[in-house]
Design a protein around this ligand. Sequence first.
Ligand SMILES: C[S@@+](CC[C@H](N)C(=O)[O-])C[C@H]1O[C@@H](n2cnc3c(N)ncnc32)[C@H](O)[C@@H]1O
Length: 257
Amino acid sequence: MAEPLDPQTAGEIRKRSRNFFEAELDRYQDVSPPSIQDDDRTRRLLESLPVSPESKLIDIGCGTGIVASHLKRLFPQARVCGLDISPKVIARAQELCRTGNIDFVVATESELPFPDSVFESAVCRFSLHHYPDVAAHFREVRRVLKAGGIYLIVEVLPQAGRFQTMLNDVFTAAERESAGHVAYYSLEDYMDLLAPAKLKLRSVRPFPLQLKIGKYLTHCQELRKTPASFQNRISFEEGEDWFSVRLPAAGLFAEAK
Ligand SMILES: C[S@@+](CC[C@H](N)C(=O)[O-])C[C@H]1O[C@@H](n2cnc3c(N)ncnc32)[C@H](O)[C@@H]1O
């Protein structure tokens, strides 16, 4: 499990993530591919959130607002907020969701600009692997959630051991420089990280995440150098201008104690 990074490295990681998504904004379809954009699975995970009328929900690392929009459609009475580190990404989310009645805010994962105990549910989809201090992030999420509230994390979920090490060494290390990736966590890591923040893992719903990645994302060329056994495990394929991989992922539901 990754230790929290020192403040300077943490700041650099956040800057890299921001720069990466801002540079890729016009190709967001690619960095957040169609399998993620219109994902029925995500919708089904969101449907399971316990949401009462007029509750407040937050989508953390919201990108262009895909999850926030799903939330608003599923729970029209709820007040939905999307938060992201990048002002440019948030401006695009506001443009794309302008009729959606969603509040968007620029902030980082570990300084959520809200009072205590305001949200009934929080969601974070495919953003957590960019966070330099996950323990601090979980404490912040717990602070802004009401007791009994749910935090739904949708992420790549490697099995602990060689596979996780390989995935983090190859995938994440290659993308740390370019895209500000920090780590993908195993179930054991989540349990260790959530408990001190008084978040209790309630259920895990695994699913395979099929990703097709444009070859122009040069850091993904690293995938080519991986051993055949690893490539088999992630169903690595290569076309003229794309790579495709299938990664184990899950929706993890944690309850605020
Ligand atoms: C892969 S995108 C996922 C976007 C969206 N959640 C979705 O599922 O479509 C990751 C998002 O996390 C944001 N992000 C990265 N690091 C962050 C941080 N430290 N705090 C807040 N947002 C962050 C990025 O700007 C980007 O929009």
